[in-house]
Design a protein around this ligand. Structure first.
Ligand code: ZN
Ligand code: MN
Ligand code: MN
Length: 291
């Protein structure tokens, strides 16, 4: 996408591509989003339906008209590039390359990835496998610019990426650093033990992120409240201000100048009691933006 001024506040939500990738844009327009996130394919299947020229053309036409920028993509949940299981690993690598190619076609700069789960190996082996795999994938797709945005995780099971140090070590091992970024998920970091509920702890967490990873790598944020208490390592999203994080944290984020141009995306349930909850959550963020 040609560089254009980013709309403020730079907020939006994950949107469905059912019926065609352009439908995610239509849902974004409906909710007055400045930015959106989408899956470029079905998130729980290995196979991807081909993107037709007509589909892509309509997507760009609608996207430019709506002024939705950037669009962020999230990878399929099946991918695990730290997997010691050969068949899953091979499918994961092939699938990730295919998703990078689809992002390229759709003018998407950041593809969010859960770094991986080491299963019956070790943290050490898992991190090394992620680094080696990404280096090889970046080599194979060297003509493309799409970055892999490593997502901060809640630390369930053997998921890696729940400590800022783990993400820093992955980035450290990546040869072409122009191809890597980070997506911070508020529910996940909170589940992993990083507090953001009051101004002091929020500042401490952002400072830690900057010291250990570097804010220059932050290219996307997922704004989700948490159904679980601090440090429980369980990933359960809640509507903003309705969970254990509480509304204040989202006000700090909306008023943080360092995060002004970072796309902030909801990954919360779409409906509750027949009410369109994206609108409710986005309205709260808009209120914090100006107040
Ligand atoms: Zn994610
Ligand atoms: Mn997330
Ligand atoms: Mn999550």
């Amino acid at each position: 996408m040609s560089p254009q001024k980013l709309r403020q506040p730079l907020i939006g939500a994950h949107m469905s591509i059912a019926g065609g990738v352009f439908n995610a844009i239509a849902h974004g327009v409906e909710m007055d989003c400045a930015t959106i996130q989408l899956f470029t394919k079905s998130n729980n299947q290995w196979k991807a339906k081909i993107l037709t020229d007509e589909e892509v053309e309509q997507y760009f036409k609608d996207r430019v008209k709506a002024g939705i920028n950037p669009v962020v993509a999230h990878t399929s949940y099946l991918i695990n590039i730290a997997s010691p299981k050969e068949d899953i690993y091979i499918k994961s690598v092939e699938s990730l390359i295919e998703e990078i190619e689809r992002c390229h076609v759709l003018g998407i700069d950041d593809l969010v990835l859960h770094p991986g789960s080491y299963l019956d190996t070790t943290e050490e082996i898992g991190i090394q496998k992620i680094v080696d795999t990404l280096n090889s994938i970046f080599e194979k797709t060297h003509k493309l610019k799409t970055r892999i945005a490593l997502e901060t995780t809640a630390g369930q099971g053997t998921n890696l990426g729940y400590k800022f140090e783990q993400l820093a070590r992955m980035i450290d091992g990546i040869e072409n650093k122009t191809r890597v970024s980070v997506c911070m998920d508020t529910c996940h970091i909170f589940a992993a033990g990083y507090d953001i509920r009051d101004k002091k702890s929020y500042e401490k967490t952002i400072r830690q992120f900057d010291d250990i990873i570097g804010l220059s790598y932050l290219k996307a944020m997922h704004l989700n409240d948490s159904k679980m208490e601090l440090g429980r390592k369980r990933d359960r999203h809640e509507h903003l201000g309705k969970g254990f994080i509480g509304a204040d944290a989202f006000r700090f984020i909306m008023q943080d100048k360092r995060l002004k141009n970072i796309p902030k995306l909801l990954e919360t349930p779409k409906e509750r009691d027949g009410i369109k909850m994206d609108k409710v959550n986005l309205d709260l963020l808009r209120k914090f933006h100006i107040s």
